[in-house]
Write a protein that binds this ligand. Structure first.
Ligand code: TXA
Ligand code: MG
Length: 312
């Protein structure tokens, strides 16, 4: 904690655990720190970042909360929900964080991240701690092996409990639009909002998580597989196995019992491990798309997409 505080105060970046995935954090009010985040990730600069806050007072100093956004924050914070709200121009957020937009994505993380921000007294800009376009890191080890040489500190807090990035929503005229599925299931938000969510992005920015190919492992991915091909690795789900699974080059199960929460937690680490098996292709058994399955299938589809748009 003290080492992280010293570096962040000096405008450096630090990888920190959150309940979703590891974040590459920098002081959101310091342009140099934010530039270092983009540099370390090799991230296209037009993509805005999430600003992480310690409490509701900090959030309200940065963004303008309508009643529904405030209800969502009260229900799901701290936790894996990001709210896009109008930015207060006087908040001191460096424009690199929002890529010049007049809105800002805000999230209050659980655990270490929240405590760190409270002690720093300033919001932290933090995208997922991975090279742009690669799988998000869910352990300190994964961060170190991806970004280790490029950042001064990785705070190792073990495996992240949720394992998927936050759900991103934006309230528009009293309706909630889901910009990215994630750690809070759509049904939980609908229960609070009392209406079905709007889906898909509004005109304007393309979120990087919305590029077709994102979260890409080195190997090709084949989804909804009923039969494993020669030399393929297999990513399983549930108690039933795809045909030919005994011949798989490597096998890992997202959840033996078919539990979507457990599967979300394991997704990125299992993809990375199967990638390291050296297989040219990873076959993935079907995963249901209800509840957290929506976010899991979203990440799998992006990981399976053709890679030629990676350099957009
Ligand atoms: O769980 C998470 O959300 C993790 C942890 C570290 O908090 N962070 C994360 O950040 O996934 P990142 O930068 O990989 O994804 C943030 C997403 C991007 O798709 C970005 O385009 C979108 O948030 N975003 C940021 N500001 C936005 C805005 N003003 N309007 C719409 N989307 C925005
Ligand atoms: Mg990311």
């Amino acid at each position: 904690m003290d080492a992280a505080l010293a570096l962040l105060s000096a405008g450096e970046v630090v990888a920190i655990p959150t309940e979703t995935v590891y974040g590459l954090a920098g002081d959101a009010t310091n342009g140099e720190a934010v530039a270092r985040i983009f540099e370390a990730k090799g991230r296209p600069r037009f993509n805005p970042l999430i600003a992480h806050v310690a409490d509701m007072a900090m959030a309200e100093r940065i963004g303008v909360f309508d009643p529904l956004s405030r209800n969502l924050a009260e229900k799901f914070w701290p936790g894996p929900l990001t709210l896009v709200v109008p930015l207060r121009p006087e908040a001191g957020i460096h424009p690199l964080v929002t890529a010049g937009l007049d809105t800002i994505a805000l999230r209050m993380p659980m655990g270490f991240g929240g405590k760190l921000i409270a002690r720093l007294g300033r919001p932290l800009a933090a995208p997922s701690a991975n090279t742009s376009g690669k799988i998000s890191s869910t352990s300190g080890e994964a961060v170190a092996s991806d970004l280790g040489g490029r950042i001064p500190l990785v705070v190792d807090g073990g495996s992240t409990p949720v394992g998927l990035e936050s759900t991103i929503v934006k309230v528009e005229d009293g309706k909630v639009r889901m910009l990215r599925p994630g750690g809070v299931a759509a049904s939980e938000i609908e229960a609070l909002a009392g209406a079905p969510l709007l889906r898909g992005a509004t005109a304007g920015i393309e979120a990087p998580g919305m590029l077709a190919s994102h979260y890409a492992p080195g190997a090709a991915l084949r989804l909804n597989v009923g039969k494993v091909g020669a030399g393929e690795a297999l990513l399983g789900f549930g108690p039933e196995r795809a045909e030919g699974w005994q011949q798989a080059r490597a096998f890992l199960n997202l959840s033996e019992t078919g539990d979507l929460r457990e599967a979300a937690t394991n997704l990125f680490a299992h993809l990375q491990a199967l990638d390291r098996s050296g297989a040219a292709s990873i076959a993935v058994e079907p995963v249901p798309s209800d509840e957290l399955g929506e976010a899991i299938n979203d990440r799998l589809a992006r990981a399976a997409a053709p890679r030629d748009n990676l350099h957009v």
